[in-house]
Design a protein around this ligand. Structure first.
Ligand SMILES: Nc1nc2c(c(=O)[nH]1)N[C@H]1C(S)=C(S)[C@@H](COP(=O)(O)O)O[C@H]1N2
Ligand SMILES: [Mo]
Length: 263
């Protein structure tokens, strides 16, 4: 068979773009930028061509990454199939011990007091009253054994239980045609998701881990568990939930991680 000629585009020196791209990835981008870049699943060569930008300095590379990341959000939203389920696993495959991760070390895990805890609900919802944990426990619960994937390069299978998030959103009379659901956490973490993912059958407001009350390290009093999204999109220690049409961003997303963050 004849070897295929590499794709050539007028005015673009493919091999040079690739060399430049790998040099940038190796030396010019700092560690968070590199990680952010990897989380987008793109090649810098493709990025240079898409953006028509020389990527000759950090700032233009960051700008180009931002443009492609927003485009990527739209493509992922368009590709997202609300009826497609993420894989589930037998309990024998649960990773023990399940890893802890946060933007701080395990010795700084937040301990939220159950007695005084109230979940705040605001924005485009009919019922803005606050919730106590036992009120959430009285709603119908489901379990899932799914894989959690972190962009830092590990994945693990765990078992979470809680209230289907769609049932919660309906219960509070959320505007289900709104664009975003945002989360504020007890540790100052924050993130936001698209409404189709919020309503997905495997998106749960998790109150339990492995059949027991969610321990502090995994996000007591509750975490949003979504096997259709990467780890950083799954907020732990949720304190407030709001429904909005104004883009809320997120802790890592505002530092360059892709917002949609599908897996
Ligand atoms: N409140 C809060 N939620 C968070 C984070 C965090 O630092 N704070 N880190 C995220 C990241 S990057 C990951 S991988 C998972 C880790 O969850 P785990 O400790 O249950 O493994 O939590 C996510 N949710
Ligand atoms: Mo993560």
């Amino acid at each position: 068979m004849k070897p295929r000629k590499p794709l050539s585009l007028p005015g673009i020196d493919g091999p040079a773009v690739l060399r430049e791209a790998s040099r940038l990835v190796e030396r010019r981008l700092d560690a968070p930028a590199r990680r952010a870049f990897l989380s987008r699943g793109l090649t810098l060569g493709g990025l240079a061509m898409l953006s028509g930008c020389s990527l000759s300095d950090n700032e233009s590379a960051e700008k180009a990454l931002g443009v492609v990341s927003r485009w990527n959000d739209r493509v992922q939203a368009w590709l997202f199939d609300p009826n497609k389920l993420a894989p589930t696993y037998p309990e024998s495959m649960i990773t023990r011990p399940f890893p802890f991760n946060a933007y701080y070390g395990i010795d700084e895990v937040r301990h939220v007091d159950e007695e005084s805890f109230r979940l705040e609900v605001s924005g485009l919802v009919a019922d803005r009253r606050q919730w106590r944990l036992d009120e959430l426990r009285q709603m119908a619960q489901i379990d899932q054994v799914t894989r959690h994937i972190c962009v830092e390069g590990w994945s693990a299978i765990g078992k979470w239980g809680g209230v289907p998030f769609s049932a919660f959103l309906k219960r509070v009379g959320a505007d289900l045609s709104a664009r975003y659901v945002g989360f504020k956490c007890a540790d100052d973490y924050y993130t936001s998701i698209d409404m189709p993912t919020a309503l997905h059958a495997q998106t749960i407001l998790a109150l339990n881990y492995d059949g027991k009350t969610l321990p502090p390290e995994y996000g007591f009093p509750m975490k949003l568990r979504m096997p259709t999204k990467l780890g950083y999109k799954n907020p732990k220690h949720i304190q407030a939930i709001f429904v909005t049409n104004t883009y809320p961003g997120g802790y890592w997303e505002d530092q360059g991680y892709n917002w949609f963050g599908g897996s």
